[in-house]
Write a protein that binds this ligand. Structure first.
Ligand SMILES: [Fe+2]
Ligand SMILES: [Fe+2]
Length: 148
């Protein structure tokens, strides 16, 4: 059984990591908006993003977020599993864009290609995080209403 204190700490970390991730997505998008000449910075930012995403997903998977939802609110298990499955794809995508940054020329065309791929990735990543936030909110409101 998870205590309220454990839950509160877990949710704080969860919300904090989502905010940090969003800030990094915004920094990368702002750097891409500056046009060519910033691939060196982008390489570093993407390395940071890959590491941050790996750690964040590991915290969610091994730190108990998904297990808690499935254990305490079984009706939400399917949604929690779907979200967990998205991790593999999102991580593979960000790693692929990072490889692209290292491979393609730092030019207007190259920058535009990265921008298109990254904006599409960022949109899916934000949708994923928003769904997780929604799942947690729903879980707690169900808990209060004792529906499950
Ligand atoms: Fe996640
Ligand atoms: Fe998340």
């Amino acid at each position: 059984m998870i205590t309220n204190t454990q839950n509160d700490q877990g949710m704080e970390t969860f919300a904090d990591e989502h905010k940090q991730l969003e800030r990094l997505l915004e920094r990368i998008q702002a750097t891409l908006m500056r046009g060519p000449g910033h691939f060196y910075s982008l390489d570093k930012l993407f390395a940071e993003l890959v590491e941050r995403i790996q750690k964040h997903f590991a915290h969610e998977e091994q730190g108990g977020y998904y297990n808690e939802v499935v254990e305490q609110w079984p009706r939400l298990a399917v949604r929690a599993e779907q979200l967990q499955h998205q991790h593999t794809e999102l991580l593979a995508d960000v790693e692929s864009i990072h490889r692209e940054v290292r491979k393609i020329p730092d030019s207007t065309i190259g920058c535009r290609a990265i921008q298109v791929h990254f904006n599409e990735f960022a949109e899916r990543c934000r949708a994923h995080e928003a769904s997780e936030n929604g799942l947690i909110q729903e879980a707690y409101s169900r808990d209060v209403g004792a529906i499950d």
